[in-house]
Design a protein around this ligand. Structure first.
Ligand code: GAL
Length: 764
């Protein structure tokens, strides 16, 4: 039988004992140097085994990901090299195991460098992301029988066919069992390659991640993979899954985190997929490289579609080695991941590179040769590019809205928008209200255009999270603030637009805290409510301000257009007889203009409308003006308490309350509090999101900055988190990792909030 021994603990690194995943250096969240992330270092570890463990077996050393190149030696002798941060490396180290009596051992040394070597993709030119160094994914030693299964994959289609492929160390009889999700055998074949048919499979689908298992037996070796049955196809008239047309709405994911860079174990990889599901997104693009198998596994389980692509950013080298490595990346990506039912598209171009027909003919033919079942894409950012792939995947940075595929492509073809917005309107969690709103509405307009055009399969937003980058990109502080969430995965305003489209939870995201002083000349301006409710009912103290409906006139194609409120005084005006919409808009404009330009010239300009409106209101002009001054005051005496209710099917399903005098609370939300070490081959990480909120409202307070102290004890320790950290724009996160079994605790304290604790429990 094959045995997998995790090799994640007790590595010696710079005189310290470390565990994998490990980052070469811990870097600040912003304002650092590229060399801090791209450093180098050596890892050492001695593996001791029982001689009987390796009797008649081969020992395969496997690294899931090392950033970004490494020399590996065994007992001081060179054993292999790794080039590129995103693909696994497997080395047969059987012959290095030295036996002494009952034991066999080998000492590994892994010299890692994250230098930006121009011969390794994605490097060679400037790029808008950082590759963080270290043995940043898990490692293992796999003991296999002499005759073993080198590779095994299974792929199912909706008609019940399972396509089996494998590579064996030598020819010999083998068999494959197909198990359903209850573990019952539903199919069998004495094959190593070919097909097995099963009747009436339960289909894998979006948000319905039904998984089967294929188990291959070859001599004494057994390997299993999970797969699903589904048909997925991009066509010129849209994307179809299991014969059903579905509009795709998604986001691009970079896999980095603040401080620890890429070094996050399975628990955190899975958490990102959970967040995507919670947002109601049905597709994610692994921009711009192959991501962690644990992330893909979770997408399989949750029914999230994946567009996976090879590493690269705009630059194609003319160097043969670089180009060979790009082709190799296509091979390794597909061979590693072809069983995942979530993957519906292989990205076989360097993101946003120029046409290079020679290279891309080759990457396409490799992809189609290795995987005849999936389509290819290749992300470009210019019109009329040579379409060598199956799908024209296009980054549309038109400043507003989307271009039509007709304008972009040379012929009718499947079409998917793979990025937009991003650098065109970078937005921080703590930017002012108007900036944040304008950003979220740009997203709304683009998503609307996508839904409106039958020939666009979907759109994938740039991007899920703010990310660290080189200093010539982003906001100058080594961060691109393009995320729907900040780098700690805490939602920013545009997140609510996405969540309100497909989420099964009630969503009610407010663009405003109703503070006039945050706007030029105290004019509140437009307020948007991102919601999946039928309408929003608003009260100010006891006064009914009105029911406001989704702006389907502006965003007719969105499943849930935001509610846009231009004026809160319509009802008040109606009470004095001004009930036509156009007159109400006129009064609001007069009020706003008066704030911006408080002069008698303005009064003169509006003299005629004032006369007309005062007649409608049956008031003398001075009394009318006084009344309007009262009406426009949305915060009489003390500031009022606003209540926004989302109403669906006649019921209030969500409420946000803005109480200017209400207390600020620090909400601490742990990603999990119970851990079982056996669930995972290494330590697990918990993310505790800290959000500063007004009691009654779940929106982060964008201008909240304060420092807090955190302390971990027992079975949990801080991971890449300083004892004192700053809440930025109402959000921050503490990362903790398991360091043993038993109970653990996190205490969070500050002068303002006092102390709160979170308890954890870690079992074996
Ligand atoms: C695109 C690029 C992304 C990111 C984005 C920022 O051109 O593909 O990686 O840099 O711009 O908006």
């Amino acid at each position: 039988m094959r045995r997998i021994i995790p090799l994640n603990s007790d590595w010696a690194f710079n005189g310290a004992k470390v565990q994998l995943p490990h980052s070469l250096s811990e870097i600040p969240g912003n304002w650092f140097k590229v060399s801090d992330a791209a450093s180098s270092g050596s890892y050492r570890k001695t593996i001791m085994l029982q001689s009987s463990d390796i009797e008649g077996r081969r020992a395969l050393l496997r690294f899931e990901g090392i950033g970004s190149q490494a020399r590996i030696s065994c007992n001081g002798e060179p054993a292999g090299q790794v080039f590129g941060a995103y693909t696994p490396a497997v080395l047969d180290i059987t012959d290095f195991l030295s036996r002494k009596g009952d034991y066999a051992s080998v000492t590994l040394q892994v010299d890692v460098s994250a230098d930006e070597d121009p011969l390794i993709p994605p490097y060679g030119f400037k790029m808008d992301y950082l590759v963080f160094g270290g043995i940043y994914r898990e490692a293992s030693l796999i003991l296999v029988p002499e005759h073993y299964i080198k590779r095994f994959s299974a792929f199912g289609t909706a008609d019940g066919t399972v396509f089996i492929e494998s590579e064996l160390s030598e020819n010999g009889p083998s068999s494959v069992h197909i198990l359903n999700k209850e573990g019952e055998e539903v199919g069998f074949g004495q094959i190593s390659e070919g097909t097995i048919h099963i009747d009436n499979p339960e289909l894998w689908d979006i948000f319905h991640g039904v998984l089967y298992t294929a188990v291959m037996e070859f001599g004494e070796d057994t390997v299993s993979v999970r797969f699903g049955f589904r048909d997925a196809q991009f066509r010129a008239d849209g994307f179809f899954i299991n014969g059903r047309k579905v509009k795709l709405l998604g986001a691009d994911r970079h896999q980095s985190y603040p401080i620890e860079g890429y070094a996050m174990p399975e628990s955190m990889q899975r958490l990102d997929a959970d967040l995507i599901r919670r947002t109601g997104l049905n597709i994610v693009r692994t921009s711009h490289y192959m991501q962690d198998p644990a992330f893909l596994d979770r997408c399989d389980e949750l029914g999230i579609l994946v567009f996976e692509e090879i590493p690269g950013w705009q630059h194609i080298s003319q160097d043969k080695l670089w180009r060979d490595r790009t082709e190799e990346n296509v091979r390794t990506m597909i061979q590693r991941d072809k069983s995942h039912p979530s993957i519906v598209l292989w990205g076989v171009r360097i993101n946003e590179s120029a046409d290079d027909d020679e290279l891309y003919r080759s990457t396409n033919s490799i992809a189609h040769g290795l995987d005849p079942h999936r389509q290819t894409g290749g992300v470009r950012c210019f019109e009329k590019s040579h379409l060598l792939e199956d799908v024209y995947t296009f980054n549309d940075f038109s400043n507003q809205g989307l271009r039509s595929p007709k304008q972009v492509c040379t012929r009718k073809c499947p079409y998917l928008v793979t990025e937009y917005c991003g650098h065109m309107f970078s937005t921080k969690s703590y930017d002012d209200e108007e900036h944040r709103l304008s950003w979220a509405l740009r997203h709304a307009r683009i998503v609307n255009d996508m839904y409106a055009d039958d020939s666009i399969s979907g759109c994938i937003a740039w991007c899920l999270f703010d990310y660290n980058t080189h200093d010539n990109f982003g906001s100058g502080d080594m961060v691109c603030y393009h995320g729907l969430c900040d780098a700690d995965r805490i939602p920013k305003l545009a997140w609510y637009l996405y969540a309100s489209q497909n989420s099964s939870e009630p969503i009610l995201g407010l663009s405003s805290f109703m503070d006039e002083g945050d706007h030029p000349a105290n004019t509140l301006g437009k307020v948007a409510v991102f919601t999946n409710a039928d309408f929003v009912r608003i009260h100010l103290n006891d006064e009914e301000i009105g029911d406001f409906y989704p702006a389907s006139d502006i965003y007719p194609a969105l499943p849930h257009p935001p509610v846009i409120i231009e004026s809160f005084i319509a009802k008040r005006l109606a009470r004095i007889g001004i009930s036509s919409k156009s007159d109400q808009t006129l009064v609001q404009k007069m009020i706003d203009d008066a704030k911006k330009e408080p002069s008698s010239a303005l009064l003169r300009r509006y003299a005629l409308p004032i006369l007309r409106l005062s007649q409608i209101a049956r008031m003398k002009i001075p009394a009318f003006i006084k009344k309007i001054q009262e009406i426009q005051d949305l915060a009489p005496k003390a500031k009022g308490i606003w209540r926004f209710e989302g109403v669906k099917n006649g019921k209030t399903v969500s409420v946000q309350i803005i109480d200017p005098n209400g207390p600020i609370v620090l909400q601490a939300t742990p990603s999990q509090t119970e851990f079982r070490l056996s669930d995972c081959p290494t330590y697990q990480v918990c993310q505790v999101q800290l959000t500063a909120l007004k009691d009654g409202c779940s929106m982060r307070l964008p201008y909240f900055f304060d420092s807090i102290e955190v302390h971990a004890s027992g079975s949990m320790e801080l991971y890449g988190t300083a004892r004192v950290l700053t809440i930025v724009g109402g959000g921050a996160a503490v990362y903790l990792r398991t360091r043993g079994v038993g109970s653990g605790q996190l205490s969070i304290s500050s002068k303002r909030f006092g102390e709160q604790t979170i308890d954890f429990n870690v079992t074996r």
